[in-house]
Design a protein around this ligand. Structure first.
Ligand code: HEM
Length: 218
């Protein structure tokens, strides 16, 4: 894309980050559909013939590869999302108190936010924690099923399914905010309008300007 097209835009997600997000989102959706087919009878036809079990395992490999790919393609971005998602300040507490306004699209009334707003921090940290639970219990169900007692097996399956349910509910919120704030372009192109970022992520834009980041606003 030409610089002209990026006038008034800030780079928010680099190519590696967007590739990792695409793999995470698509592998998660395949895991969800093929997993639901095993536990929800209206979708049982998808599991007929057993091929969805193979697809579930292939998608699981994609989902497990996400943190490794992230480190490989964009080590800085991976470290940022890991650290920032678990760090909250006073502005974040105020942000949560006013969250209903944000959900209605009233950004101007919110306290200043960093690269991630408080809601994104909560979403991303929950994704990290629940994904770890899904991966560990999933690997146990895949490779150690035969060694588990009946009760251990049902506990592992229940924790696996509940963590998947939690990520699915989080996804509903994630897609809702993507729609309300027309945020899809940040993942599609990597760029976001600078004026919107000043309003929604004021502390981040100040940081970029202070650090003299090379042309954050191209
Ligand atoms: C399938 C529909 C999805 C859509 C439309 C979508 C959309 C987006 C958008 C627009 C952003 C950037 C938000 C911003 O900075 O303003 C984002 C970031 C993110 N999304 Fe999604 N997403 C989807 C699925 C998922 C799934 C399934 C997960 C987790 C299992 C997920 C986890 C994340 C994470 C962790 C980030 C932050 C990425 C980073 O900092 O590198 N997303 N998503």
């Amino acid at each position: 894309m030409s610089g002209q097209e990026h006038e008034g835009q800030i780079l928010r997600y680099r190519t590696g980050q967007r590739i990792v997000h695409a793999i995470m989102a698509s592998s998660f959706l395949i895991l969800l559909i093929t997993g639901l087919a095993l536990v929800w009878s209206p979708l049982a036809f998808i599991a007929a013939g057993g091929w969805s079990r193979y697809l579930h395992r292939i998608a699981a490999v994609g989902f497990i590869s996400v943190p490794f790919l992230y480190l490989l393609l964009d080590r800085t971005g991976a470290k940022e999302v890991l650290v920032e998602s678990f760090q909250y300040d006073h502005d974040d507490v105020v942000w949560f108190k006013k969250m209903y306004r944000y959900a209605l699209g009233r950004t101007a009334e919110m306290p200043p936010q960093g690269r991630l707003n408080a809601g994104q921090k909560l979403h991303h940290s929950a994704v990290i924690v629940f994904s770890a639970v899904i991966v560990v219990t999933g690997l146990v169900l895949w490779f150690a099923k035969a060694n588990l007692s009946v009760s251990m097996l049902s506990w592992t399956a229940m924790i696996h399914d509940l963590a998947m349910l939690a990520l699915t509910l989080l996804l509903v919120g994630h897609v809702f905010f993507t729609y309300v704030y027309k945020a899809w372009s940040s993942m599609a192109t990597g760029y976001v309008p600078a004026d919107e970022m000043k309003l929604e992520h004021g502390k981040w834009v100040e940081e970029l300007e202070h650090d003299g980041a090379k042309d954050p606003v191209a």
